[in-house]
Each structure stands twice: as structure tokens, then as C-alpha cells.
Design a protein around this ligand. Structure first.
Ligand code: MG
Length: 178
């Protein structure tokens, strides 16, 4: 009796955890987020992960013409953008300036960063989508904050050993989510 109650509790806890980790949508590329795509979903703002979502991990240099055009297109359409990254503040500031998109570094996703992003965008959770390449930071944090969530494939395979380990776990979780 006790055991079955415990196991039921565990099952429902796991189900809840799975829902928290499930991206609302998965896209093949960041560039699929167009003004029309956002409008169709009632979204007015985008919170962007930096590393491996907008630019390859550790990459410093010039943004591609495609990236610049994508950012400009969204801005022209009145879409508000904000970067929320766990990267160091200096790195965030570098890309923030290159792209002309405000943001916050050392955010400690999934626990922090998204509320600040919402405040800075001046939008409500239902009006904002989080785009990122990681389940346990971007998707989990976005879901916990009540935002729309989109998972995109990482731009580069070059990552920290720790992140590679997390990737294996992510693949497993995504399989479980179906
Ligand atoms: Mg990332």
C-alpha cells in the first residue's frame, strides 16, 4: 500500500518533470523564427540563448550576414529581443554590441534570467518565446517562467566536456518525451 502510493507519487513527479523539460516546439534553425511565425502564435518578444543558439560556442568575430539580416528583420517588424546567457558578462557584452541586442550574462539559467528578460522586454510570459539549444537551461527555465519554448540544434559540436555529458542526457530525455 505504502509502496504503491510512493510509486504513484514518483510516477506523477516524473510526469511533471517531463512536461517541464519538453520544448513547446522544435525548429531546425533559428532563422525559422520569422515575424510571421511569431505573429501566428501571438508572440511579441524573443529571449535568445547566446552560445550555440545565436553564435557557435566560444566564437568571437563577425556575425554572419544571415544573422544580421535576421535580427534586423525582427526589429523592423517591431519584435523585441533580449539575450539571456550563462556566459561571462564580457562575452555577452561583446555579442550584445555586435548584434545591437540588449542582454544579461551570468544569468544562472534555468533558475534566473528569464524574469529579468520579461521585465526588460516589458511583455507578459504568454507574449514571449525562449529559443535555445539546451533542455536543462533554456527549455526548463523558459517552461518554469511560463514562456513559449523552442529548442534548436546546437550550432557547434565543440563544447565543454560537461556539456557533452549533458547532451547524452538530453538525447535520452528527448527520446522519453517522444
Ligand atoms: Mg546554448
Amino acid at each position: 500500500m505504502l509502496r504503491s502510493t510512493a510509486s504513484r507519487g514518483l510516477t506523477s513527479a516524473l510526469r511533471a518533470a517531463k512536461q517541464r523539460l519538453k520544448p513547446k516546439e522544435r525548429l531546425e534553425s533559428l532563422f525559422q523564427l520569422t515575424p510571421e511565425w511569431l505573429q501566428a502564435r501571438g508572440l511579441k518578444g524573443v529571449i535568445l540563448d547566446l552560445d550555440n543558439t545565436v553564435v557557435p560556442y566560444k566564437f568571437r568575430g563577425e556575425p554572419t550576414a544571415e544573422l544580421v539580416a535576421w535580427v534586423e528583420g525582427l526589429k523592423r517588424a517591431g519584435v523585441k529581443l533580449f539575450l539571456v546567457s550563462n556566459a561571462r558578462r564580457k562575452r555577452l557584452a561583446y555579442w550584445s554590441e555586435k548584434l545591437g541586442v540588449a542582454g544579461t550574462g551570468l544569468a544562472f539559467k534555468p533558475w534566473f534570467g528569464f524574469k529579468k528578460g520579461l521585465r526588460r522586454l516589458g511583455l507578459s510570459p504568454q507574449e514571449v518565446v525562449v529559443v535555445g539549444d539546451q533542455l536543462f537551461t533554456d527549455v526548463l527555465g523558459g517552461n518554469l517562467a511560463g514562456l513559449h519554448t523552442v529548442l534548436v540544434p546546437p550550432l557547434s559540436q565543440r563544447e565543454l566536456g560537461y556539456t557533452r555529458l549533458v547532451r547524452r542526457l538530453e538525447r535520452w530525455v528527448l527520446q522519453q518525451l517522444g
